[in-house]
Design a binder for this molecule. Structure first.
Ligand code: AHR
Length: 498
C-alpha cells in the first residue's frame, strides 16, 4: 500500500491541550449580534439573550476556550462602554468592520455568561492600540478583585457579586497591523509596560498572551522571545489559509467559498499544509530562547478566508463552508496535535457567521458546517496523550500545487482507547492506507467519516445535512494493523480499543 500511518502507541509524553480546539468570536458582522446574542426579548429561543441552538452546538463539540472581543475590534474597544444598564450603554463606530454602529449590548457580563453557558474558558484580548494602561488595569480589577474598590464595587452594582476570575488575557491584537502598526522592538517595550499593570489579583494568576507574528514573520518571533519572554506565557501567531497572504486582496483574488476550480481547491489545501512549516520554524526560534517550552505558541487566529457570499456586506466576512474547509480544519488540527508540546492553544476564526465558522444562522434557523463536524470528530483528542505518528503518503497534485494526500494524528485517552484522525485530499482517487498501531493488539474499532461527492457541496438552511458524519467500516483489522480505504475528499476518525 502506498500510504502508511505508523502510530507509536507506547510512547507519548505530553497531553494535547484541549485549548487547541478553541474558538474566536469578534464583534464583526453577524458573529456576536444575530449569531450569538439575540437579546432577551427575541422570539428566537434564548437564555438571557444567548441563542440556545448555538450554545447547544458549541457544547456539543466541547468548545474549551473562547477568545473575545477581537481581533482588530479589540484595539478599539473600551470596556466601560459595554457594562451597566443596556439602555444607557454608549455606542461606538465599528470602524474595522463596515463602519456600523456597535451599540455595546453584548459586553463583559454577557461574555462571561456565554462562556458559562457553553462551559468554555474565557479569553479576553485587551486594548493596547487605542486604550490606556489605566483602562486595562481597571478592567482586570473589575473582573478579578473581590470587593471594596471602585471597579469591583461597580461590577457588584452591575449584578455580579463574585469576581469573574479571568485567566487568559491577550495584551493587544495584531499590533504589527490594525493594533497600531508597531515594529517588534517597539511592541516588545509597550507589551512589557502594559503587562506590568495586569495584576494577579486575588490569587488568580493571569496567563499573559503577547501579540505574535503574522504568517512567516520570524523576525517578530525572534525579537519578542529575545526582549519580552520574561513576561509572557503565550505568543500568538495568526495565519489564514487564503489565496494571497495580504488582507488587502481584491474580490477576485480571495476566490469563492463554494464555486471554485480544482486549482483553488489545491492551493487552499497547500496553504493549510504550510501551517506545519510556520509552526515548526516559529517553534524552533522559541526553542532557542526557551528550551523548556514554558512559553506556549498560540495560534489564536486561523482558518480559511474567502470572498463573502454574494449580496452580503463585504466587511461582514460571511462565507459558506465546504469539504475544502473541513479538510483545512483536519490538516491544521493534525499539525497542532503533532506540535502540541509547544502549541497549547488555537482559536479558529470565527465561531458563527464569520470566516470559517462552526455554525451559520439565518434568523431562527441554524446549520452546522462541515468544519463543525471535523471538530466533533476530533474532540476525543482534547486533553488526551499525544502519540507520535509517522506518515508516508502519496502526493496529491493539481496544476502547480503538490502535497501529501494523507495526513494524520493520534492520541490515547485516559480509558486507554486510541483516536486516529486522518484525511484524503484527492478529489478523485481513494486512499488505501495501512495503519499500524505499534505495541497493541487491536480488539475493537469504530469509525466515523465525513465525505463529499463534490468539491462544492455545502450545507444549506433548506438542506442542512448534506454533509454530516456517517459510520465508517471500510477497514480490516488484524493484530496491530488496519487496512482501510478512505474515499476521496474525506476525513476519518477511528476509535480503537486494544
Ligand atoms: O478574523 C478577522 C480579522 O483578521 C481579525 O479581526 C484580525 O485580527 C485579523 O486580521
Amino acid at each position: 500500500m502506498l500510504n502508511k500511518i505508523i502510530v507509536q502507541t507506547e510512547s507519548g509524553d505530553h497531553k494535547i491541550d484541549k485549548n487547541i480546539y478553541g474558538h474566536f468570536a469578534e464583534h464583526l458582522g453577524r458573529c456576536i449580534y444575530d449569531g450569538i446574542w439575540v437579546g432577551e426579548k427575541s422570539s428566537i429561543p434564548n437564555i438571557r439573550g444567548m441563542r440556545k441552538d448555538v450554545v447547544e452546538a458549541l457544547k456539543g463539540i466541547k468548545a474549551p476556550v473562547l477568545r473575545w472581543p477581537g481581533g482588530c475590534f479589540a484595539d478599539e474597544y473600551h470596556w466601560k462602554d459595554g457594562v451597566g444598564s443596556r439602555e444607557e450603554r454608549r455606542p461606538m463606530v465599528n470602524s474595522n468592520w463596515g463602519g456600523v454602529v456597535e451599540d455595546n449590548q453584548f459586553g463583559t457580563h454577557e461574555f462571561f455568561d456565554l462562556c458559562e453557558q457553553i462551559g468554555a474558558e474565557p479569553y479576553i484580548c485587551g486594548n493596547v492600540g487605542s486604550g490606556t494602561i489605566h483602562e486595562m488595569q481597571e478592567w482586570i480589577e473589575y473582573m478579578n478583585w473581590p470587593d471594596s474598590t471602585p471597579m469591583s464595587e461597580m461590577r457588584i452594582r452591575n449584578g455580579r457579586k463574585e469576581p469573574f476570575n479571568i485567566k487568559y488575557f491577550g495584551i493587544g491584537n495584531e499590533n504589527w497591523g490594525c493594533g497600531g502598526k508597531m515594529t517588534p522592538e517597539y511592541y516588545a517595550s509597550v507589551y512589557k509596560r502594559y503587562n506590568t499593570f495586569v495584576r494577579d489579583y486575588n490569587g488568580q494568576k493571569i496567563f499573559r498572551i503577547a501579540c505574535g507574528p503574522r504568517n512567516d514573520d520570524y523576525h517578530w518571533t525572534d525579537v519578542m522571545m529575545r526582549d519580552a519572554r520574561c513576561c509572557m506565557d503565550g505568543l500568538a501567531l495568526h495565519y489564514y489559509s487564503r489565496m494571497f497572504s495580504s488582507g488587502e486582496s481584491t474580490t477576485e483574488e480571495r476566490g469563492s467559498a463554494t464555486d471554485f476550480p480544482e486549482d483553488e481547491w489545491a492551493l487552499i489545501l497547500r496553504k493549510a499544509h504550510n501551517t506545519e512549516e510556520l509552526v515548526h520554524r516559529h517553534s524552533a526560534i522559541m526553542d532557542r530562547y526557551d528550551p523548556e517550552k514554558r512559553v506556549a505558541l498560540i495560534v489564536d487566529e486561523w482558518g480559511t478566508w474567502f470572498e463573502v457570499e454574494p449580496g452580503t456586506h463585504p466587511r461582514f466576512l460571511y462565507q459558506q463552508n465546504t469539504m475544502r474547509d473541513a479538510l483545512v480544519a483536519s490538516i491544521s488540527l493534525n499539525i497542532f496535535n503533532e506540535y502540541s508540546d509547544r502549541v497549547r492553544m488555537a482559536n479558529i476564526a470565527q465561531t458563527v457567521n464569520v470566516l470559517q465558522a462552526m455554525v451559520l444562522t439565518d434568523g431562527p434557523r441554524m446549520l452546522l458546517t462541515p468544519t463543525y463536524h471535523v471538530f466533533d470528530m476530533y474532540k476525543g483528542h482534547q486533553d488526551a496523550t499525544s502519540l507520535p505518528v509517522y506518515t508516508e503518503s502519496e502526493q496529491y497534485s493539481y496544476g502547480e500545487y503538490s502535497m501529501d494526500k494523507v495526513s494524520a494524528s493520534a492520541s490515547r485517552a485516559d480509558d486507554g482507547s486510541i483516536l486516529v484522525t486522518m484525511n484524503n485530499l484527492d478529489t478523485k482517487k481513494p486512499a488505501e492506507i495501512r495503519t499500524v498501531l505499534r505495541g497493541t493488539r487491536i480488539k475493537n474499532v469504530s469509525g466515523r467519516i465525513l465525505s463529499s461527492s463534490s468539491m462544492h457541496l455545502h450545507n444549506t438552511f433548506d438542506e442542512p445535512d448534506r454533509l454530516s458524519p456517517q459510520n465508517f467500516a471500510e477497514f480490516k483489522a488484524e493484530s496491530d494493523e488496519l487496512k482501510l480505504t478512505v474515499p476521496p475528499m474525506s476525513v476519518v476518525a477511528l476509535r480503537i480499543e486494544s
